[in-house]
Every structure is written in C-alpha cells, then in structure tokens.
Design a protein around this ligand. Structure first.
Ligand SMILES: [Zn+2]
Length: 445
C-alpha cells in the first residue's frame, strides 16, 4: 500500500471461499482455522469524519494501516478480534471487511520455491531469474544491482536482481543510459507482504520470453524497448513473509535491526528515497519508518543507483520545473491493495509540472485495469514522501507510477489473497503493464 485505500461504495459483505462440494459452514470453519485470532481487514470509520484526522489518529494509536482511506468511507486496517473494541475506545467504529488468510488448497505442495498456495519465495524468484536468463540468451540479461541489509551485515541475505528483456542487439541491456532503446522498469514487492506484486512480475517475465516471435504485441515491444524487471526489491522481507507457508507473516519493511520486535523491525523502503524524504513519517517501530536519513538503506541505494545508470536525467531538481520533452522511459512499482493507478506527485497535492502527460499514461493503464487514477493524498492530508515513484520523476524526470493491485473486500482482498486470485489480477493488469511499457518511447508528447 502506498497512500490511499479506495474501498468502493459497495455494501460490505463477508465473502467466504466456496469450493465445489464444500458447504459454506465447512468453509467458514476453514477460514476460522486459518485466522485463529480473527485476523482480518477492517474499515475504521469516524462519525463526522474530519479530513486528514483519522489516519493520523489511528497511526498514533498503533493501528497497522492497510491504507489511508477514502475520505468518504474510512481507513483500512489490519487487525484481529480486539480491533473493534480498540476502535470504540477512540470513538470510532470498525467494520469487518474480509479475513486476512485463506485456507490453502489441500492439493498444493509447497517446495523450497513456493508458499501459500503457489507464491514464490525470494529463492524461487532467484532461480526463476537465472532460469529465464539461461534459457533465452538472445532475449535476457541478468544483473545484480545491490544488496539487502542482511547481506551487507554478513547475515545471509540476498542480492537485489534486475532482469533485462529485449531482442538483444549490440549495447542492449547494459547498465548505461547511452543505448537508443527506451527503457521500461517494473519493480515489485518493495513492501514484502504485498504478495500479488512479485507474482505478477514473475508472470510478466514468462509472458514476454515465451511469446517473442509469436505474439505481435510482445514482439514489437521487445524489438523496440528494454524491459527491466526487479521482481523482489525487498528479498529479506520476503524471507520473513514466506517463513510461514500457510499464514504469511505480514512483514512490510526491510530487516534493518532497530530495536523493534516482530514485524515492526526495519525501515520502510518506500519512504527512504532522498526526494522529499521526511523524518516525521513515523518512529522506528512504525510501519512507515523512513530510516535514519535519506537513502540510509542498502536496498534503496542499490535501486536508485541502478535507475540513475540506465536513465538519463532530464529534469532539473526544482519541483516546479518540468522534465524535457525528449525524456524517454517509464517506471512502474507495484503494490497491494486498493485498485489504484497512482501518478506523481505523492508527497504533495500540487500538480507536477508534467501533470497532463503523467496523468495520460495513468489513464491508459486505467483503461485496462479499471482501477481509479489518483495523485496526491486523496483529500486526507496523508502523503507518501520518500517513495520510489516520486523519486524517479523528481530526480530524473522519468514518469513513475504505482499500481495498487486488488480489492478491499472478498476472497481476493488484502495483502494475502488466495493464489487463485492471480488469474484475475493478471487479466486486468498485464495489458496495463503493456500500456505503460509502450509509453516509454515518448512519455511526454
Ligand atoms: Zn506497498
């Protein structure tokens, strides 16, 4: 999640998975077993809600905000059986939206590469990156672009990997910005508990390499454009998430030790970038802790220096100075959930200088995934300073986007949808990714 939670105006119903031959009550029992403490998403509401007040109040009282709400509806939180009473104590109400966890299909056999019905672990993604590169030498180059915090400490950890996919000709897929082909970068799971995001990158890579020369749209894209994928931007975090195969651990931040316990450990990598970094995003144990300073985290450093190497800088740093018209490239970071296409800026409600062109690409994605197109804070006085999408636009002039995958209610709601939801997410978002990738040639008309 980045900024907003658009829950939609539909009535709140508790939808339980109904597999063939199973009764609703058997399913309810299975859901209860998967959520022994009543782990669920709630929509917290405030009578006569004041703009910008509710999210701040909840955060100050230690709630885990799943999103920062639609001003008309409320704020989504991750909670359990105690949540309604905690909300009542603050004069608020908490509506049950959907269970946090879903029973894993009994036919699913987890191996070292997968968990929770089929999602890929960090190691699974690394094996996949290597396999794709070795099976398609004319289309794929794999690069190491940085290290996770644990790796920098000699505590295991991971490299951060980026995979470049194009019809490779001389000079392609190098870590330079002098190559002629425009570059589209897709990054996922910087917030490790947002499961759908990394899985869609895995599917996107397979879709491209398996359909070059067969599908005209894929072929045209790879003939003209470098597609870079960073499937797992926070691999240490994903190790924690996947450490429980039937009930993923809700680790959002990296694993930088800071005296906090459990999933409160770490820095929010999507608040750590050095463009409008804001120390007031939360204390050490908060889910939005921005770190000790801008770019304090090795993951952020690796990702930013990679992006600086492959993209030209076409924008003066002043917030109100536009990027030049000859800018090429698009950057897309994928989060969950809320069904949103978000364009810059996210640190302020002021329009970015390239506003209409930036919005046009978000609209093109929205025409496919049907998610709402937004920027700024959605009227809540709750911003996301130090996020990667603002950083790449603010620092380099490359249009940066966030897609928030998935709904707030039903079986596919929340951070940990059942794996079968990937099919509907893919159907909606593959064409949205392609629209963003095609815009890389000339994003500013
Ligand atoms: Zn997120």
């Amino acid at each position: 999640m980045r900024t907003l939670l658009a829950v939609g105006a539909a009535a709140v119903t508790v939808a339980l998975p109904l597999a063939t031959g199973q009764s609703a009550s058997a399913d309810a029992a299975a859901v209860a077993l998967a959520n022994p403490n009543g782990e669920a998403m709630y929509l917290v509401q405030e009578p006569g809600m004041r703009t910008g007040h509710l999210a701040t109040l909840l955060e100050a009282n230690g709630f885990d905000l799943a999103g920062h709400g639609d001003s008309a509806l409320g704020v989504g939180v991750l909670g359990d059986r105690t949540t309604p009473a905690r909300a009542r104590a603050l004069g608020l109400t908490a509506k049950y939206m959907a269970p946090q966890y879903h029973p894993v299909d009994p036919s699913f056999q987890a191996n070292a590469d997968t968990y929770y019905g089929g999602y890929h672990t960090s190691a699974g993604h690394e094996r996949h990156n290597a396999a794709v590169a070795s099976a398609h030498p004319t289309l794929v180059r794999k690069h190491t672009i940085g290290q996770s915090w644990k790796k920098t400490q000699g505590q295991g950890g991971h490299d951060i990997e980026a995979v470049c996919i194009t019809k490779i000709t001389s000079g392609d897929c190098e870590l330079t910005n002098t190559n002629k082909k425009p570059k589209f970068t897709l990054m996922s799971q910087i917030h490790s508990r947002e499961l759908a995001s990394g899985e869609l990158s895995y599917m996107f890579m397979d879709q491209l390499v398996n359909n070059y020369g067969k599908d005209s749209e894929v072929t045209a894209l790879l003939d003209s454009t470098e597609v870079w994928v960073i499937p797992i931007a926070n691999p240490d975090g994903v190790d924690v998430v996947s450490s429980n195969s039937s009930r993923p651990v809700l680790q959002r931040k990296n694993l930088h030790e800071n005296g906090c316990s459990g999933t409160q450990i770490g820095t929010d990598l999507n608040r750590n970038s050095d463009y409008h970094w804001d120390k007031n995003q939360g204390g050490k144990c908060s889910e939005t802790y921005p770190g000790t300073g801008p770019d304090s985290e090795p993951e952020t450093q690796g990702i930013e220096s990679f992006l600086k190497r492959i993209y030209r800088d076409t924008k003066p740093d002043a917030d109100n100075t536009p990027a030049s018209k000859d800018t090429t490239g698009v950057f897309l970071t994928v989060h969950a959930y809320a069904q949103l296409n978000i364009f810059p800026y996210g640190w302020t409600n002021n329009n970015a200088p390239n506003h209409s062109d930036l919005k046009a690409i978000a609209d093109a994605m929205g025409a496919h995934n049907r998610y709402q197109v937004v920027h700024g804070d959605g009227g809540l006085n709750y911003f996301a300073p130090g996020a990667t999408d603002d950083w790449i636009y603010g620092r380099l002039g490359v249009p940066g986007y966030t897609i928030e995958i998935g709904p707030g209610t039903g079986n596919c709601a929340g951070f940990t949808p059942q794996y079968s939801c990937m099919q509907s997410f893919w159907k909606l978002n593959y064409p949205a990714y392609m629209a963003a990738a095609k815009a890389a040639a000339k994003p500013y008309k």
